[in-house]
Design a protein around this ligand. Structure first.
Ligand code: AMP
Length: 186
């Protein structure tokens, strides 16, 4: 099973992705986690992306597309994967389509985690308190929301037009959303 999880920061995609990936024994590919690990290791990639991430902006499409191209061909992806945080722009989505076609593969579904903006802001505030992430100051979180609206939200129409989009009401608690998500993927 190959899935894309789409939704604003704070929609709870990461939590749901981790759990579903463990249950289905497929890979959980979080580009944000991969980039944060690179920053922590101080690798070339990490040095290149740190200031971009700290500002709540998106790293260049070419760079993230290459990371995904390598990642989805690793052995643990053979039975499927959840892409959590990728694609985030229309060019990334187009690159993913082309990549999957060339690998004679395809997506089973794109799940859109929908939650109203008040709930997003509440969740982000509690995540700030819990995780103490460097890219999670209130100011940066607002910038990431703005970037989502501007650059990532167009993917809703992109996948809807291709009849690949499934909407998941993500406003409930973790258990509710998990149940709704499972029903959505059948
Ligand atoms: P996340 O944990 O998914 O919210 O990602 C944290 C940060 O990593 C984002 O704010 C971006 O700076 C960067 N990032 C993660 N995924 C992508 C992507 N697909 N395209 C561009 N930047 C990304």
């Amino acid at each position: 099973m190959r899935l894309v999880f789409l939704g604003p920061p704070g929609a709870g995609k990461g939590t749901q992705a981790k759990r579903l990936a463990a249950e289905k024994q497929i890979a959980h590919i979080s580009t944000g986690d991969m980039l944060r690990a690179a920053v922590q290791q101080g690798s070339e990639l990490g040095k290149r992306v740190k200031s971009i991430m700290d500002a709540g902006q998106l790293v260049p499409d070419e760079l993230i597309v290459e990371i995904i191209r390598e990642r989805i061909q690793q052995a643990d992806c053979a039975h499927g994967y959840i892409l959590d945080g990728f694609p985030r722009t229309v060019p990334q989505a187009e690159a993913l389509q082309a990549m999957l076609t060339s690998l004679e593969s395809g997506l089973d579904a794109v799940l859109l985690f929908e939650v109203d903006s008040d709930a997003v802001l509440r969740r982000l505030a509690s995540r700030r308190a819990e995780e103490n992430r460097v890219d999670d100051s209130a100011e940066v979180q607002l910038e990431r929301l703005r970037v989502y609206q501007q650059q990532t939200a167009p993917l809703i129409a992109f996948y809807d037009n291709r009849e690949m989009l499934t909407r998941v009401d993500a406003s409930g608690d973790i258990e509710d959303v998990y149940r709704t998500m499972n029903e959505a993927i059948g």
